[in-house]
Structures are given as structure tokens and as C-alpha cells.
Design a protein around this ligand. Sequence first.
Ligand SMILES: *Cc1c(COP(=O)(O)O)cnc(C)c1O
Length: 428
Amino acid sequence: MNLRDKYIMEKFNIDENVLNYCNKVEEEIKDKFEKIDQITEYNQLKVLAAMQKNRLSDTHFASTTGYGYNDLGRDTLEQVYADVFNTEDALVRPQIISGTHALTVALAGNLRPGDEILSPVGVPYDTLQGVIGIREEKGSLKEYGISYRQVDLLPDGSFDFEGIKNALNDKTKLVTIQRSKGYEYRESFSVEKIGTLIKFIKDLRPDVICMVDNCYGEFVDYKEPSDVGADLIVGSLIKNPGGGLAPIGGYIAGKKEYVENAAVRLTSPGLGKEVGATLGVIPSFFQGLFNAPQVVGGSVKGAVFLSKLFEGLGFGVLPTPDEKRADIVQCVQMGSAENVIAFCCGIQKGAPVDSFVAPEPWDMPGYDCPVIMAAGAFVQGSSIELSADAPIKPPYNVFFQGGLSWHHAKIGIMIGLQTMVDRKLIKL
Ligand SMILES: *Cc1c(COP(=O)(O)O)cnc(C)c1O
């Protein structure tokens, strides 16, 4: 037995059956890893080229305070993001406190009373429902006279083009497309599919703003939604593009006019992008972006590994190991609350931070059942770091994502599986 395997068994209490099964699965997905590596390399070069083009220099790593006028680092970072995502402009700020906030700013900045939002891909992410006013919340867009319309996916998961055509009307100002599945048991949309949907909408209504919630999708594929016609893409820096190093932040990239509309909402009318001190975080934004393709590649490998591992044990998995990836999220239908809890406890045990605590389901605000969340992250709530969440209700889906490296994702998953074996929930 090699030193690595011996260490895994001794230090992390992995038994021989689990070790052998995991090693066998790892061997079987080698060819998929090669394809992932090619995407990683492409995206690494894309980020490198953007930094070189913008003559990134250590003068850009200086910190600003107060109003933050003439923050060269911030302005250069935004130009680098715009180049990476092939957009006219970008807003990348520590004052954007999360993905939900970035989406809120993009929506509120670009919509006016009387306008309508259309989601052609079914119900949006839980927190967005409160922002739009699908779920009553104080301060929702609905309170400002902005209406919402939704077209569900067809039973086979495809776009309802006829329904979308009928839903577009004189009030429709913005179409929101969520790339990742979120907590829904549906496919995450490939960039190619998103391109098809945007083209369909633009052919009918070229004036409508097409916005993509790009959370969990960045650097998973060669292209981004902004390469295939999206007017705005929006995401969180404590997910993919922060590369695990950004301690906070969000981005909005796209057409200059729409980014500007978001900027005057984030700061103030008349101020826009010109203000916003960066308080020393800019180096971590640059370095995180530089690392992001590598980190995302490791996360995708972990997702494929988990998918293959549990498919082989007879569990329902989405996506399957052979499907093309559109985001870093892997869903496994665990079938029972005990399985979910055991797996999540294992993921927690494998974390670098808080490995000694056990996660428990709790009644989180905004959910209709208890939710369990396993995460031991350097940045609180960061889900580009190894994490697993699950609403405790049938069919007991676990949503797994992240891992700052493939090797960490692998050991986390192994401990998750071992915990299920130890609790006699599955037999290998
Ligand atoms: C995470 C996520 C969000 C919200 O991001 P937060 O940073 O948690 O507010 C929105 N949409 C999708 C698809 C996400 O995965």
C-alpha cells in the first residue's frame, strides 16, 4: 500500500473497502479529469491575458479609504473582469455583500415602476423570491410597482418556448435566467442552452435586458453567458470567481448602460462607479480571480467523483458522471434523513475549520422545512469551499459543492461515505 493510502486510512479512519472503492472510481473518471483540466487551462490563460492586457502592477494593490475616489486598483479590477467575461463594463465591489445583493442591485437599478420581470426557467433561487416579491418581504420590488411573471420548464425539463413567447408583453423589461439549479432538482443550464434561449427572446424583443444569475457557473465551461448574448451576468465572490480568497463581494458585468444603472443604485445617483473605498481587499480579489479557474476545476472534479461514487451505489444523482457540467453543484438523492445527516457530518469532519462540530438540521428563515448545512470554511458561508446543504424532506436531496482543491474535495467525500458506512446505512 502506498504512503498516501496508508495515511488516509490511519489519519482519517477510512476502512479498506471505502478506500478501494474510492480509488477504483477515481481511476474510472481519469478521462473526465483530463477534459476538466483543459477547461481549467483555457480559463487560467483567459484570466492571465486580461491581467497582462490591463498592465496589472503592484501599484494596483494599494488600499483606499473614505470616498475612495481614483481607486486605481478597483478600476483596473473591474476592467479585468470585463475582459475576462467579454463585456463592456463591470462592477466588482466589496460593498456588494453577497450574490443576493448583487442580483438585487442589478434588478433594482435597471427596473422602474410599471416594468415586469420574466423568469422563463421556473421559480428563481429562494432568496430572490423575497427580493422580487414572489414571497412577501418588506422592501421587495413588488412594493415598488414592479411585477413578475414566470414560465415553468416543460415536464421533460426543456424550455417552454411557446409559453415564453406568450409571456413577453409591453411591460417586460428584463428576463432573468438562473444558470445553476439552486435547490431545485433540475438540470443546470449549459452556456450553449442559455445562448439559445437568449437568441429566442432577442429575436422577439431585442430591447429586453437578458440577465443571467451566474452563481456557481463561472469558469466551469469555456464560455460564459456573456459570450452568448447575455446583457448582464451577476455572481458572488465567495463562490467561484473569488477563488476562495475574496473575503466578501459580488460582481455585475455586462453592457455599460446596465452596469452604470446598477452602480448608481449601489452607491448613489450622480456618484455611480466613481466612489467606494476598497479598504485593502483588492489584492485578494485579484489573486482570488487568478486562482479561480484552478479552484473551480478542483470543485468540478469533486462533483464528478461524488456523482460516480453514489451512482455506483444505486443512488439517484444529478448530473450523472457522464453529463456535461454547467456549474459546480452535485445533487445526490439520499433517500432518508439519516443518510443526509451522516453524509453532511462526514463533510464537516473533513473540513480544515470547525472539523470537531457536528451539523444539525434547523428551521432556517425562508425555508418550509429544517435545513442542514455542513461547512467548515475560512470565509463564513463560502460555498466555493467544501460544503453540503440539504432541506430535510423527501426525496432527501443533498446539494454538494466546492473544495479549494480536488484533493480536499476527495477526502471530504470519502469521510462522508465512511460515516454512512460506520452508521450502518450502506454496505460496500
Ligand atoms: C448562491 C446563489 C445565490 C445567492 O447568493 P448568496 O451569496 O447566497 O446571497 C443566487 N442564485 C444562485 C443560483 C445561487 O447559487
